[in-house]
Design a protein around this ligand. Structure first.
Ligand SMILES: [Zn+2]
Length: 72
């Protein structure tokens, strides 16, 4: 059940199943445009989660540093 799908970069990709990777730009290509959109939201969610974690760690670090600063 392979299907020809045109990637965003214009490259024609043969997709086996529901997802494949573009050989030109390396982006995932989906036969279902709905899944393509979901992937976009998933990456956005992961990015937000990643930035949130980093911010939290920096906050904890600063909190510890400021505590040690007071003791000394
Ligand atoms: Zn591409």
């Amino acid at each position: 059940m392979s299907e020809q799908v045109t990637c965003k970069c214009g490259n024609l990709v043969t997709v086996d199943g529901e997802r494949s990777w573009c050989t030109k730009c390396g982006q995932p290509v989906y036969t279902d445009p709905k899944k393509q959109r979901r992937h976009k939201w998933n990456s956005l969610y992961l990015t937000v989660l990643f930035i949130g974690t980093i911010t939290f760690l920096v906050y904890i670090y600063l909190e510890l540093v400021s505590k040690f600063w007071v003791v000394e």
